[in-house]
Design a protein around this ligand. Structure first.
Ligand SMILES: Nc1ncnc2c1ncn2[C@@H]1O[C@H](COP(=O)(O)OP(=O)(O)OP(=O)(O)O)[C@@H](O)[C@H]1O
Ligand SMILES: [Mg+2]
Length: 261
């Protein structure tokens, strides 16, 4: 298996406003994780435990304080289209159509339209937006905007897709639709995905492995292998193994740090 992301002894400290000069908060510490090609890894953890800080380092938005962080064997120092990010609040330019938003990356890198158009057409179809390609973001629902973000990321052929609570702002039914869409996109493109969520069910439904983080210090408390076959349907939520894993993770998230193993 190809190792897509390697994090070894990763640490991120921030200087802490309001504390004595020189005092720093360890947002992430001793974070060791290898993500293999085609995995969907979900990270859950209490608010403020360092989930977004880890994702931001992988995205290249912020540098680690120490430790190793590599994508396909190369150290990460800056953002790149090889790590496409899907944010909770869709980042789409309001004055561009869906199609123009989706192809903005390759277009701005000087790729010829003839070279990106077939892939753009394919991803728009995969996310169910082919009939909305000429619409503008204000004409789309929240779920459709997230589909457009996913299409924008996919068109670059990323090594890793980073998603930070991407469906957190959607209503329950729309979230289910988006889970099914993400699974079908995964079936078609087999991307490697790092997905952050507060929602344990969402993590169990999507992931090959669920990483549970602990707070203070922000590190990995436990890793669960999720055994369900793909393609998955919502029927797995009724499986006793699903309920058991959910109960265990919820308990782990509620536990005081000293109670964790
Ligand atoms: N730029 C920054 N400067 C100082 N402290 C920061 C900065 N970014 C994050 N932190 C701190 O690092 C810790 C982890 O924050 P982070 O945003 O990674 O948490 P999170 O797990 O994503 O939380 P949530 O679930 O609420 O999104 C928090 O204590 C936060 O206050
Ligand atoms: Mg966060």
């Amino acid at each position: 298996m190809t190792e897509v992301l390697v994090s070894k002894g990763l640490e991120k400290c921030f200087s802490s406003p309001g504390r004595a000069t020189g005092q720093r908060i360890k947002a992430v510490t001793d974070f060791n994780l290898v993500i293999e090609a085609e995995e969907i890894i979900c990270i859950v953890g209490p608010s403020g435990c360092g989930k977004s800080t880890f994702l931001d380092m992988v995205a290249g938005f912020t540098e680690p304080t120490s430790g190793l962080l590599e994508i396909m064997g190369e150290e990460i120092h800056r953002p790149s289209p090889d790590r496409g990010v899907v944010f909770q609040q869709p980042v789409l330019f309001p004055w561009l159509s869906v199609y123009d938003n989706v192809v903005l990356g390759p277009k701005s890198r000087g790729v010829k339209p003839g070279d990106y158009r077939p892939e753009a057409d394919r991803v728009l179809k995969s996310v169910g937006l082919e009939k909305f390609r000429d619409h503008y973001p204000y004409q789309l629902s929240g779920g459709m905007k997230q589909r457009a973000q996913i299409a924008r990321v996919l068109v670059a052929g990323p090594k890793l897709i980073l998603m930070d609570e991407p469906f957190g702002a959607l209503d329950a039914q729309m979230r289910i639709n988006m889970h099914e869409l993400l699974i079908s996109v995964w079936q078609e493109y087999k991307p490697t995905i790092l997905f952050i969520t507060h929602d344990v069910e969402e993590a169990l439904f999507l992931a090959n492995r669920v990483i549970v983080m602990s707070q203070h210090p922000g590190t990995i408390a436990r890793i669960y292998d999720i055994p369900f076959e793909r393609p998955r349907t919502y029927a797995i939520t009724a499986d006793p193994r699903f309920a058991e894993a959910r109960a265990e993770i919820v308990e782990l998230l509620r536990a005081k740090p000293e109670a964790r193993t």
